[in-house]
Design a protein. Structure first.
Ligand SMILES: [Zn+2]
Length: 482
């Protein structure tokens, strides 16, 4: 039988606020354990939470950018469970009345760049993060770090619209890109500011019913998400074929062995005994504020992609790659503004060379930390365009730019890499090569025209690759044919 996977993702995005959601403590990553804490976020008795307005603003921006319906009234709920990293015994979240519902995200698919897949969003709500238990630091005790308690999170829940691991990866990349454009989350999966749980089930292809789903918890890289889902689909198909029943449960991704394993049977929602938080008023969002936020939204990735195709005549593929990261898109635009003659050539340089070296240096999200400003790249492309250097030499120059941060002109000057476009110099080189290879000259003139390539190669070698190829071609033909 042929099976179809049904996948929904729950993404937790840490919001880029300076202080926590219900107190003034700092949210800075990497502080000393338990340094960013106070009675409120440690859950001491008798304290009251005070909502951070910035958190609501970021939630609203995300909701607007994903076409969600924003609730005029939403309500905070207590999600009760006991765990040492949650000293209050409950987490403040939203349950029945979330701030936003029924949105969608149009996800560009990497395999077919002119196609997008619409993934509907069930809901978006705000909640506080829990702390962190550290079990292996000492042999005889577990430690707890409460710096994360009360750090604001946005939970973004998709409908089960995703049909393959690749689509899941594309959705997650797209969502991260959007959150970064909005500047509400840094999207750093390694530091845990973007976390993902995946709900996976299978059903016979063509069936409308859902199979029993399992939830894979806290997968922390794009690759891991795709691999974990791939594994889980395979496991469920195998179990079903063997006549076993899939049980609803939570599973963990074991990145070392590349398998998912059972963590616990899935709790049902009533296990959490959700109830409205009596310490917080229902959240009433002012309509005027929403309108104001809507007009303040930046240009979003899909809009920018369309504009790149329209304004710069780029293929859809280029536009998708260049706009995936806001910083990269801005880098490209600045470079094109400095040298507007050939936007496609500039796109090739950014995609092939700039993104490659940034990936090697793990800087692909931080192009602004790269020592070559867009003006340098613009200069390089302009020098090629004007025939001052060859495309081949330009690759060498680019590598030096990457290493040293120097502008291309300085590198070309210091190394004498200017293209030789002076016909007297080239004529002299051609004469020399012809004199050294009289038999080949005779053969060429006897009809072996393929030998032209040989002569070009010889002159190129003699000039260290710096001969202007068009001019050389022209001069050579003239001499050989005379
Ligand atoms: Zn605090």
């Amino acid at each position: 039988m042929e099976y179809e996977p049904v996948i929904g993702l729950e993404v937790h995005a840490q919001l880029l606020t300076e202080s926590k959601i219900f107190c003034g403590c700092s949210t800075q990553f990497g502080a000393e354990p338990n340094h960013n804490t106070c009675p409120v976020c440690m859950g001491l008795p008798g304290v009251l939470p005070v909502l951070n307005k910035r958190v609501v603003e970021y939630a609203l921006k995300t909701a607007l950018a994903t076409h969600c319906r924003i609730a005029a009234h939403s309500r905070w709920a207590r999600k009760n469970y006991f765990y040492p990293d949650l000293p209050k015994g409950y987490q403040i979240s939203m349950y029945e009345l979330p701030i936003a519902e029924h949105g969608y995200l149009d996800v560009p698919l990497q395999s077919q760049t002119d196609q997008t897949k619409r993934v509907r969003l069930t809901r978006i709500h705000m909640e506080e993060d829990a702390g962190k238990n550290i079990h292996d630091a000492r042999g005889d005790a577990s430690l707890v770090d409460l710096n994360r308690t009360g750090v604001p999170l946005l939970e973004i829940v998709s409908e089960p619209d995703i049909r393959s691991p690749e689509e899941a990866g594309a959705y997650l990349r797209s969502l991260r890109s959007l959150l970064r454009y909005l500047e509400v989350c840094d999207g750093n999966m390694e530091e845990g500011s973007l976390r993902c749980d995946a709900n996976v089930s299978i059903r016979p292809r063509g069936s409308a019913e859902f199979g029993t789903r399992t939830e894979i918890k806290n997968v922390n890289s794009f690759r891991a998400v795709e691999k974990a889902i791939q594994y889980e689909i395979g496991r469920q198909i195998q179990a079903t074929e063997a006549g076993e029943t899939i049980v609803q449960e939570t599973r963990l991704w074991d990145a070392e062995r590349e398998v998912t394993r059972s963590m616990r049977s899935k709790e049902f929602a009533h296990d959490y005994r959700y109830f409205p938080d009596p310490d917080l008023l229902p959240l009433v969002v002012d309509h005027g504020w929403v309108t104001e936020l809507k007009t303040s939204l930046p240009e979003l990735p899909t809009d920018r992609q369309e504009r790149f195709i329209r304004d710069y005549g780029l293929p859809a593929y280029d536009a998708a790659v260049l706009t995936a990261h806001k910083e990269v898109a801005e880098y490209y635009e600045q470079a094109v503004r400095a040298h507007p003659v050939d936007p496609k050539a500039m796109s090739n340089w950014v995609m092939d060379s700039v993104l490659r070296v940034l990936k090697d240096d793990r800087l692909d999200l931080h192009i602004s930390r790269w020592p070559c400003p867009p003006e340098h790249l613009a200069q390089l492309v302009s020098l090629i365009h004007d025939g001052k250097i060859s495309g081949k030499i330009a690759k060498t120059v680019f590598d030096k730019m990457h290493e040293s941060g120097q502008p291309p002109q300085a590198i070309i000057q210091a190394r004498g890499l200017w293209q030789v476009s002076d016909s007297d110099t080239l004529d002299a080189q051609i004469d020399q090569v012809m004199a050294d290879n009289p038999d080949k000259v005779v053969a060429y003139r006897g009809g072996k025209e393929k030998l032209l390539g040989f002569f070009i190669g010889q002159v190129m070698r003699a000039t260290g690759g710096k001969a202007n190829p068009q001019l050389l071609n022209q001069l050579l033909k003239k001499k050989l044919d005379s």
